[in-house]
Design a protein around this ligand. Structure first.
Ligand code: GRF
Length: 212
């Protein structure tokens, strides 16, 4: 069975969705840059080894990234899964785990990379919003896309309601993407594109139905 290490910074609901999904993927460890991350307790309660490496204890990003990468490699993972990990990872780290590093982002990329995606979606007046699972490349929130879920933006939506509906979809598409990766049904090819080498039934998009 393939192995993954999950990186978190906070509540860890995506991590929890992955643990609950009973994927054909061993979660070898959950690592956080913040020892107070509530997700660490959830992982420990599920019997998953945890580690915390405080980024503030390092002089710069490169030193933190190198220590983090060493910690991850102790678990020899096939996949490194960012699940609400709120530190930007430098080029050396990204290259070290190229093709293995996966992220979930709360927007329909390439729209709204970066922070405050739901607020920005409301400000922009988009009618469709959602979330994206993608391979991580050096350019933040721009890597090759594996799966997306789209939801309708409703007239009464505020940032919180939109975030909650997107999060529900995150909890669906992240397990799906990792199931594909675990079974070798999706991969990054030599040209940096996402390949689905085997036929599959599930779509790489979840989209809402229209009102009648
Ligand atoms: C999620 O919305 C994820 O897409 C974003 O940060 C949030 C983390 O939430 N990168 P959780 O810690 O998984 O609950």
């Amino acid at each position: 069975m393939k192995r993954c290490v999950i990186l978190i910074s906070g509540r860890g609901s995506n991590m929890q969705a992955l643990l609950r999904a009973q994927l054909p993927l061993e979660v070898a460890a959950v690592v956080s840059n913040d020892a107070r991350a509530p997700g660490l307790a959830i992982a420990r309660a599920a019997g998953v080894p945890t580690a915390a490496i405080d980024h503030r204890a390092f002089a710069g990003r490169e030193a933190f990234d190198a220590r983090l990468a060493d910690e991850i490699e102790r678990f020899a993972p096939d996949l490194v899964v960012l699940a609400g990990f709120m530190r930007i990872l430098g080029q050396a780290f990204v290259q070290r785990f190229a093709g293995k590093l996966i992220n979930i982002h709360p927007s329909l990329l390439p729209a709204f990379p970066g922070l405050h995606t739901h607020r920005r979606a409301l400000e922009a007046g988009v009618r469709v919003h959602g979330c994206t699972v993608h391979f991580v490349t050096a350019e933040v929130d721009h890597g090759p896309i594996i799966i997306q879920a789209a939801i309708a933006v409703l007239p009464q939506d505020d940032e919180a309601s939109l975030a909650a509906r997107v999060l529900e979809q995150e909890h669906r598409i992240y397990p799906q993407a990792l199931a594909w990766l675990a079974r070798g049904q999706v991969r990054l090819n030599a040209h940096g594109r996402v390949d689905f080498p085997h036929p599959r039934n599930a779509p790489a998009l979840i989209a809402p139905a229209l009102d009648a």
